[in-house]
Design a binder for this molecule. Structure first.
Ligand SMILES: Nc1ncnc2c1ncn2[C@@H]1O[C@H](COP(=O)(O)OP(=O)(O)OP(=O)(O)O)[C@@H](O)[C@H]1O
Ligand SMILES: Nc1ccn([C@H]2C[C@H](O)[C@@H](COP(=O)(O)O)O2)c(=O)n1
Ligand SMILES: [Mg+2]
Length: 235
């Protein structure tokens, strides 16, 4: 069973210094509210530890999640990956999902949450890293309603748009949405629908903003600081 042994300050900034608020790449004030409490879990603290991983397209969520898994053993669930798997399996929703992804839009929340739910419920893991979710307020509300749970913490990979576009266009993984037209649409959707969710978690004192510019290892050092402060330990 997993427990958190120490409280975590949400004041870890992109530079590693302790600050109360700062300017992000989006010229958006992200307020990191003060708390000395460990974020509490719903269901009387009996549910799994949940970390949501947010950031624009190409900000490095998947890359950093792989390192978190390696170092801290969380179970990685990528919402985008689950949706791509659904397309590949020719499920009843496959065509709708494919068209939505090509348009850079967001798949209906019930579909995405049910895929996440299936993975979580069939896993023995007690600590999940949910990557690319929630992408909208609708996603967030659906997760809370269907799963009856909230994240313990939320990581936000804060990256300038130009850098995100360069990374996506150089990704070379054959994704249908890795082209300039779709990336532009995804960025618009990110700003309109995902930034409000990020700010919501900032107001709740759950957000940890990571400066996503730098080498993969430099960025991971900031992530490490968050997990080190959490001191997740196995009983
Ligand atoms: N710090 C970095 N510097 C340069 N390139 C990087 C860095 N981190 C990741 N990349 C590369 O950028 C591309 C996008 O990274 P990644 O797939 O992790 O982003 P993502 O946030 O998961 O994107 P998406 O939301 O589109 O799935 C990949 O090709 C990855 O290898
Ligand atoms: N919560 C989500 C997550 C992803 N999608 C769709 C739309 C995204 O552009 C695409 C790829 O996701 P990524 O791999 O970049 O995380 O999948 C969604 O609709 N809802
Ligand atoms: Mg990804």
């Amino acid at each position: 069973m997993w427990r958190r042994a120490a409280s975590l300050s949400p004041f870890i900034s992109s530079s590693g210094s302790l600050i109360r608020n700062h300017q992000t790449a989006y010229n958006l004030k992200i307020w990191e509210s003060f708390t000395t409490e460990i974020p509490t879990q719903v269901k009387g603290g009996k549910g799994p530890f949940i970390c949501f991983v947010l950031g624009g397209p190409g900000s490095g969520k998947g890359t950093q999640c792989a390192k978190i898994v390696k170092n801290y053993g969380l179970t990685h669930l990528s919402a985008g990956e689950l949706l791509r798997r659904e397309i590949a399996s020719n499920s009843e929703y496959g065509t709708t999902i494919l068209n939505t992804i090509k348009e850079g839009k967001i798949v209906p929340s019930e579909v995405t949450v049910s895929l996440i739910q299936k993975e979580m419920e069939s896993s023995d893991s007690k600590k999940f890293l949910i990557d690319g979710f929630p992408r909208s307020e609708e996603n967030r509300a659906a997760f809370e309603r269907i799963m009856g749970a909230e994240p313990d913490i939320v990581l936000f990979f804060d990256c300038p748009e130009e850098e995100m576009v360069n990374r996506v266009l150089n990704r070379n993984e054959g994704r249908v949405d890795d082209n300039i037209d779709t990336v532009r649409k995804r960025l618009q959707v990110f700003k309109a629908l995902n930034l409000p969710v990020i700010n919501y978690y900032a107001r709740r004192g759950k957000l940890y903003t990571i400066n996503a510019v730098g080498t993969v290892d430099e960025i991971f050092e900031q992530v490490r600081a968050v997990f080190a402060a959490l001191k997740l330990v196995t009983e």
